[in-house]
Design a protein. Sequence first.
Length: 312
Amino acid sequence: MVSGGRPTDEEPPPDNAKVLSGAAQSSTVATLGYVLIVAGHMWLLKVHAEATAADGQLFAALATVELALAFEAAVFALGGFGRPLSLAVLTLAGRLRLLSAAVAWPWLVPWGAELSCRCGALSPSTGAGLLRHSVGAAVLIGAFFALREVSFIVRGEPASALGTSESQLGDCLPSQAVLGGQFRLDKADLEETGRVVFVPARPRQGLYVGAGLAMLAGLTLGTALAQVNSFPPWLLLGALGALLGRWFGQLPKFKGRGEEGAAAMAFTDTALMWRREGPRLICRFGELFWIFCCIEELRRCEAMPSWLSVCQ
């Protein structure tokens, strides 16, 4: 999820051929893997809309996560065709990939809270209270990211973010904007996988807080649902699968070929590519499995006679 390259403040030159001259050849198999993930999320969204009775917030919260994950995989797939595509388009896609995921993930918490309440894993009073607080938290997280973008529009990129002066009061918000500020090519992806992926030139803080909260809620509420529902415990299995995917999906630390020296020669080009593509695909297939399990848990709960029409 996080690039291993060292942040720089250089804007990429406009000449695609020059920028991508040292790139490896991207893998068609890996690109097909990302396309499969996109198709999987869109199919799950279709099942979610047609095979369940969920509506309103219960539908929208999970659908938001499904769309964000599908878009993220689509950006990585498009990165495999980076040479003929506009770098400006890929840069914008890279910005939207990070921002959409950061805003979408927190909505899995109120979705799980409402499901647990209506399925009987939580009492109506406890579930309704948790639902209100989790919706408020998701809204506040989204508002915080929006405030960072608005502050960049109003103030521009502060000089402290470029390292040309000391940090001033109020610099923290515009310096953390995702749609604003400088992005660069991920050197690790470019050299090892040939995939054109744009990442922040400076690290942006807080982008993965929502994903962590969603995982914590999935494990906790999945355990609660497992105690009242029959086997298999779909929500808990999905959260565990995604957790394992994220654990196996940790990207290796990147060193340039010159830094690695003889050690780099021990790897074939294919091994270098898959040591980065493999973990990233495992992580995203794990999250696809998680969404599948969420929908299966929802379908089972809706079929129960104790299913509540509302959580209150």
